[in-house]
Design a protein around this ligand. Sequence first.
Ligand code: DWN
Ligand code: ZN
Length: 429
Amino acid sequence: MSTNATTRRVTHCRVCEATDWQEVVSLGDTPLAGGFLDPADRYDDEPFFPLGLISCRSCRLLSLTHVVDPEVLFRVYAYTTSESQTMRTHMTRVVELSRDRFALAPQSLIVEIGSNVGDQLIAYQRAGMRVLGVDPARNIAEIANAAGVETLTEFFDVGVARRIRAQYGPAKQILGRHVFAHVDDIAEVLAGAGELLDPDGVFTIEVPYALEMLRRNEFDTIYHEHLSYFFISTLVALFARHGLRLVDVERVAVHGGSVLVSAARADSAWTPRPIVAELCALEESTDINGDEVYRKFAGTVAGTVRELPELLRTLVGSGKRIAGYGAPAKGNTLLNVCGIGADLIEYCCDTTPFKQGKVQPGTHIPIRGPEYAKANPPDYFLLLAWNYADEIIQQESDFLANGGRFIVPVPRPAIVPGASDAGRIAGVA
Ligand code: DWN
Ligand code: ZN
């Protein structure tokens, strides 16, 4: 079933309002990546929505072709920040970088948009800051409030920003980690930031870096929650339109290669660090303003969509058992677009209690907890949560020692060799 009532086709660029789009890749109709379902005999009413990527020829924003109503996507949310060492270390670093670069004193007010269960704000609390979370997901905000992180159950907009300022005062930092790409009305959020920000405050976002998505073929990070995929040069232009100046970028490894980007009021004392111009030059030299780089990306995506199911079919055909490692949102783009279903993947193993016992959207592969995977180890894990590859491969040393192997889907499908595989060529790429 495809639904029109809750979708809108994108016509104007949400950064620069231009209407000249290059079609990059169409991934067909897919279910919502976070639309985990209770097991059922039939799934006739499951909604599917068009999923396609286009590039604005004016500012090179990469955008989805269709916007799904945020009330549908974000009021009940399956994703809670992963309890991984990688993420804990990263969150501490976000606090240190912000404090050191922008002179955040103890007791500064930090407001986080899309604050999820509050883990990032707890790291700020430890550094002595005052914190406030804003997150529209009722189930998630409840967990954060119970953990002692005051969280408003709201979409951030001008009205919410004014209320916060009246009650708590201006914010020294407004933070949005992996949420800005989810916002359709960017102008409203930036106007809200303008209302709430202290004259010397910074607006900091962390977004997947579009250059990395293209370079590493991370096409599975394309799904309905992610409306925008940003280059630094696009963000420079965006902030300038809204009275802000992009002053800092830090490249960070999380979520497949992201950027932590800070903007200050254009009339503040903060000036751009050299990295801003360096990354704009890198993007220029990668020819992001031409069409070819996007055509090439589409070709690589098509290659993976062909090769990955072939590899899995060959393994299953020779009697091997395969399970998915993790049930991340991006896994559902991968599985649905590649046509990989329960005939190839027995189950997906995920640590998130909310997902366990449910089935994956579209493919209806059951989701189990780690104990089940321990008791029923497959021959191969398809590493759907590939962004935690190092940590997961390390923690699954028993699985590897017993002959189990991981398959990574991107940049090209490949079997990760174990220590005992020296000299053998694995995978298809
Ligand atoms: O922007 C978004 C990003 C930041 O987070 C979202 N729209 C939703 C979400 O995307 P995701 O679901 O692809 O995120 P993760 O963090 O890659 O998800 C990893 C999944 O794998 C989680 O469900 C937890 C699970 N996991 C696991 O089962 N064992 C993770 C690790 C590290 C593990 O050891
Ligand atoms: Zn544009």
